[in-house]
Ligand binder design. Structure first.
Ligand code: CAA
Length: 248
């Protein structure tokens, strides 16, 4: 895919399963990549691993559920690296459990990390993108924001909310050369999916027509495509990438 020359891409939740591959792919594409992380210990070990493979992304810490922290992080990136042209809102968590037992805390944690984070990051980069007359915002939602999944009322609400955000922001900023899109991955081989009990996971895989979990590189490939300059006419879209698990 063609990069936008000297483009800077920020990937939130960079040290996670999906984030790691996105960072590598965007570096391979020629972007100057900034990885956001929350946990410094995890990030340090992750950076070491990345270095061994020849990848050296910039790393910035912030809890993306915190508006002020994100504001400080974006200001620092703009000053030290440059303006952000590609934002991938990838950070997310699960707090699964039957709704009848779901705590307010688990509801709020998921809403803040998965949905408020999208507001926080997008809000802090959007005016600079408008000034530049160029931008790509890619929101990583989930098949479980499109369909139902037992035990994920909080997660499904946040992930469905993301695409509502995508659609409206897309039409607001379309005139400024900025696209906003959603990717809805199905079950991908990441720690988050591996944390689902084995027997539950086995049943889920049986329901995927392609017959396997997705690969993190397959999501990164779609991120790379939507981030490219040539994807300028795609905005407000929701890309399902789930091995046929949910077709509509
Ligand atoms: N369907 C129907 N009923 C179910 C059920 C299911 N899948 N799972 C549990 N139940 C029933 C139980 O039998 C139980 O019934 P009773 O109250 O009559 O006894 C009741 O629901 C509550 O069950 P639990 O006490 O076991 O519920 P829990 O709060 O411990 O949570 C769960 C259950 C662990 C969440 C389980 O449903 C589960 O693992 N679901 C899958 C969650 C999942 O797929 N998460 C995806 C994580 S990865 C991700 O999110 C990435 C992505 O985007 C795809």
């Amino acid at each position: 895919m063609t990069k936008h020359k000297h483009s800077i891409a920020l990937v939130t939740g960079a040290t996670g399963g999906l984030g790691t591959h996105m960072v590598k792919r965007l570096i391979d594409d020629g972007y100057e990549v900034v990885g956001n992380y929350r946990n410094p210990e995890k990030a340090e070990a992750w950076a070491e691993e990345m270095k061994k493979e020849g990848y050296r992304p910039h790393l910035y810490q912030a809890d993306v559920s915190d508006y002020e922290q994100v504001g400080k992080m974006v200001a620092q990136i703009e000053e030290e690296v440059g303006p952000i042209e590609v934002l991938v809102n990838n950070a997310g968590i699960t707090r699964d459990g039957a709704f009848k037992k779901m705590s307010l805390e688990h509801w709020e944690e998921v809403m803040r990390s998965n949905l408020y984070s999208v507001f926080n990051c997008s809000r802090h980069v959007i005016n600079r993108m408008i000034e530049m007359n160029y931008g790509r915002i890619i929101n990583i939602s989930s098949v479980n924001g499109q369909r139902a999944q037992f035990g994920q009322v909080n997660y499904a609400a946040a992930k469905a909310g993301m695409h509502g955000f995508t659609k409206t922001l897309a039409i607001e900023v379309a005139r400024h050369g900025i696209t906003v899109n959603t990717i809805s991955p199905g079950y991908i081989a990441t720690d988050m999916v591996m944390a689902v009990a084995e027997e539950v996971r086995a049943k889920i895989v049986q329901g995927i027509p392609v017959g396997r979990l997705g690969g993190t590189h397959e999501i990164a490939h779609l991120v790379s495509f939507l981030a490219s300059e040539e994807a300028a006419f795609i905005t407000g879209a929701n890309y399902a990438i789930n091995g046929g698990q949910h077709v509509y």
